[in-house]
Design a protein around this ligand. Structure first.
Ligand code: F0G
Length: 353
């Protein structure tokens, strides 16, 4: 093979895997950084979209999971456990199965997009729906890992963060320098922590001239970092970020403050509008949570709070196909029926004059 397969081969010298040579990978990373000229025109900026939905299981979680599973396997683990709003469970199930370990996933009952649940099911996880929210699931997962022979693969596992920081490396490698602003959705706050770590490491080694301002966005009904306190009953259409007690909240706030950035909230309506804009104007179909940062930048712009001519990278974290129910429930998506006749179809399309 003439190019590296997966993020560990690509960035091995920057990842803490000394002495480990059995790598668990599905070829994650090297995701496209897509120019977004229409969104750029709206924002009066130069915009690129980091499309993490093209990872093997359709979200950015795979970058962290290749690391966490490689470490768990090296440690001799037979089983791994995670709490999840969906994407982590899909990724953990795929990578654990690949590694020959048993995945145990704890999900908030009834609040997981169907595509993600399907992924966990087909990959053969032990799927346990908990009568509670994500924060309850994470508490239980942590206690299981403390008391039983099972490895925790949530993003409080430092190997997850190490893997996810490689997305920042890829962006600087492609652009030749860091952007002015990096915007992304924030849920449990692992990913903003990981990007900030990656950008700082590259800048420290002279591979970029500066670090970007980190702009994080939460859903208004699940915005503990905006409100400054935990939220007991988080609620949002963006189920991936329906989280009230972010495990890495302090690190997200540090990333915000050290980078001169911000963490703000967007409404479900703004999220769904941004999801529709990305699909219709840029050709990129993302799940609702992934549109939060696009919504947030549009909001800042409309309020006159976004400086012009910035170079902005936006991470869209998960694939739109994971949650088609939400996408279809909103748009006035209509199809038309016609007889199997070219003439009739042409007439319907007003092609016949
Ligand atoms: N976007 C998507 C699509 C996600 O699935 C998540 C988190 C986030 C954004 C937020 O990232 O938690 O690092 O701040 N999903 C987790 C899960 C919680 O269980 O799949 P974060």
């Amino acid at each position: 093979q003439n190019h590296p397969f997966g993020i560990i081969e690509t960035y091995r010298d920057r990842l803490p895997l000394d002495g480990i040579d059995q790598i668990v990978t599905l070829g994650e990373g090297a995701t496209p950084l897509v120019p977004a000229p229409r969104l750029g025109a709206e924002l009066d900026a130069t915009v690129w979209i980091k499309v993490e939905g093209v990872n093997p299981t359709g979200s950015f979680k795979d970058r962290g999971m290749t690391m966490a599973m490689t470490k768990a396997l090296a440690d001799g683990s037979k089983a791994v456990v995670c709490a999840s709003t969906g994407n982590t469970s899909a990724s953990a199930s795929a990578y654990a199965s690949r590694a020959g370990m048993t995945p145990v996933v704890l999900l908030p009952q009834g609040k997981i997009a169907a595509g993600k649940l399907a992924q966990a099911v087909v990959h053969g996880g032990r799927i346990i729906q908990v009568l509670g929210n994500f924060d309850d699931c994470l508490r239980i997962a942590r206690e299981l890992a403390e008391n039983f022979p099972v490895s925790l693969v949530n993003s409080i596992n430092p190997y997850r963060i190490e893997g996810q920081k490689t997305a920042a490396f890829e962006i600087v490698d492609v652009l030749g320098d860091a952007p002015d602003i990096h915007a992304l959705p924030v849920g449990n706050a692992g990913n903003i922590t990981a990007y900030w770590k990656g950008y700082r490491e590259y800048a420290a080694d002279g591979l970029s001239s500066h670090t970007p301002r980190m702009f994080g966005f939460q859903a208004a009904g699940a915005a503990p970092l905006v409100q400054g306190h935990d939220v007991d009953d988080p609620e949002t259409v963006a189920t991936a970020i329906r989280i009230g007690r972010p495990a890495s909240g302090n690190l997200a706030v540090a990333a915000r403050d050290e980078s001169g950035g911000l963490i703000e909230a967007v409404t479900d309506e703004q999220i769904l509008d941004a999801q529709a804009f990305l699909a219709a104007q840029e050709g990129i179909f993302v799940e609702p949570a992934s549109a939060a940062a696009v919504a947030g930048l549009l909001k800042l712009k409309s309020e006159g709070r976004l400086d012009p001519n910035q170079r902005i990278v936006i991470t869209v974290t998960g694939n739109g196909l994971k949650d088609i129910d939400t996408a279809l429930s909103r748009t006035t998506l209509s199809t038309e029926a016609v007889e199997a006749s070219t003439h009739q179809v042409a007439a319907l399309l007003d092609f016949d004059s």
